[in-house]
Design a protein around this ligand. Structure first.
Ligand code: C5P
Length: 408
């Protein structure tokens, strides 16, 4: 999505750089609009380098008006954020004054507006400011409350610009579609892992990533905040909040474990290698005798580790694992669910030509605590929808904190 980030002249202007970066990390494009006083706190060049776009600093900049993108910005943006918003810009937009690019953009756009006020405590409490904020709120403008703490002017109180992460989260909540998974943080792993033997060779598998991508995409469509941790794939990942690329099982382990605590759901659709070379040769291994022996070591079992942690703490995300089997599919997957302490295991018979790795379709059996449901062969998108239906049900049954683990 395209977001205009209005920056006004407050000491918190430097934090707006982090807001721009946070929005970009979540896949948005940002165009920075700076008031002239903002440029006295942070240089336009900083925003230009970060956003990779021309920064709009003046309504009447010679040359800029021939630039269609610049003129069209009011109708092309999906969201206007003003962070930090001084008492001055709040007063201007509340009263329809449009004497610079940013205040004019506010009048011209029909995109939703998010304002992060930042000013001295006394100013924030002043009736003039309160009234302007009320006027804007009544018009549908949303706010990220300023934080309390030491202000640049020496006061301790409310007025400091909210933290960039909170501003980014508020923007995401406004942009995210309504959906049953709205507000839920879901981590999905997808694709194979490549375990390097030497600088040119690796052990890998045939997973295309499509099943995990279909789940990530369907979860995003249902409004979830999706983090996708993907191994090396040739298929492009879908647009979700965050895509983290990894190569080997060890790297995937770190990427998942460092994020799992913040998640309500973790779905391990990746085909993680169970063994990796015990040591990676620093140089290409030369050809030798007729046979060659590789020494492998077990990789960390990510799902089992998450399951263990949840059993130990009694709390954690809902866990979904996959089980690719060629025989005794349901029995083995049922045992796997218990061993790894997962809520659901999605089992597929990878010996079938129309299911599992590398194809667009799948046929699975979903194994839960209370039963087994077999889904006939169908597109991976529809399988993803069925898995998420089951998850939504589990989330709605969970007590207060989603992901609470019932040890029974
Ligand atoms: O034990 P098995 O490899 O069959 O288990 C498959 C499930 O466990 C999948 O969900 C897979 O993503 C996950 N797994 C893992 N870490 C590993 C191996 C598998 O999380 N090292």
């Amino acid at each position: 999505m395209l977001i205009a980030l209005g920056v006004t002249g407050g000491i918190g202007a430097y934090k707006a750089v982090e807001v721009a970066r946070g929005l970009q990390k979540r896949g948005h494009e940002v165009v920075a609009v700076m008031t002239s006083s903002a440029t006295r706190f942070v240089g336009a060049i900083t925003f230009e380098a970060i956003t990779q776009r021309r920064v709009i600093t003046d309504q009447f900049e010679p040359g800029a008006n021939a630039d269609i993108e610049h003129i069209a910005i009011a109708s092309t943006i999906d969201l206007l954020i003003i962070a930090p918003a001084t008492a001055n810009i709040i007063g201007k937009i509340a009263n329809g004054i449009s004497d610079d690019f940013l205040s004019t953009l506010y009048i011209a756009t029909r995109a939703p507006v998010l304002v992060a006020p930042a000013m001295n405590t006394q100013m924030f409490a002043h009736e003039a400011v309160r009234r302007n904020l009320d006027t804007l709120a009544a018009r549908g403008v949303r706010f990220v409350e300023p934080g309390e703490g030491y202000l640049a002017c020496g006061w301790i109180g409310k007025g400091r610009l909210a933290e960039p992460d909170d501003i980014v989260a508020a923007a995401e909540a406004m942009l995210r579609p309504e959906g049953p998974l709205r507000g839920r943080r879901v981590l999905v792993t997808a694709g194979p892992t490549y375990e390097d033997l030497d600088p040119v060779r690796y052990l890998g598998n045939r997973s295309s990533g499509r099943m995990g991508f279909a789940i990530a995409s369907e979860a995003a469509r249902r409004g979830a905040d999706v983090t996708l941790v993907a191994g090396p794939t040739t298929v492009d990942p879908p647009p979700v909040n965050q895509v983290v690329r990894v190569r080997g099982a060890e790297e995937m382990y770190r990427a998942v474990l460092s994020r799992a605590e913040r998640m309500q759901v973790v779905i391990m659709a990746a085909a993680v290698a169970d063994y990796a070379p015990a040591a990676r040769a620093p140089q290409k291994v030369p050809k030798g005798g007729d046979t060659m022996t590789l020494v492998l070591k077990k990789t960390p079992d990510i799902l089992a580790e998450l399951g263990q942690r949840r059993v130990a703490s009694g709390d954690g995300p809902l866990l979904v694992g996959f089980a690719a089997e060629t025989e005794d599919v349901v029995a083995r997957a049922t045992a796997k669910r218990e061993e790894k302490h997962a809520d659901l295991i999605v089992a597929n018979d990878v010996s079938r030509a129309d299911a599992g790795c590398g194809v667009e379709t799948n046929a699975v059996t979903i194994i839960g605590r209370n039963g087994v449901e077999s889904l006939p062969v169908q597109s991976k998108t529809r399988i993803a929808a069925a898995i998420l239906d089951r998850l939504e049900k589990l989330l709605s049954e969970s007590p207060a904190k989603a992901g609470h683990y019932d040890r029974s």
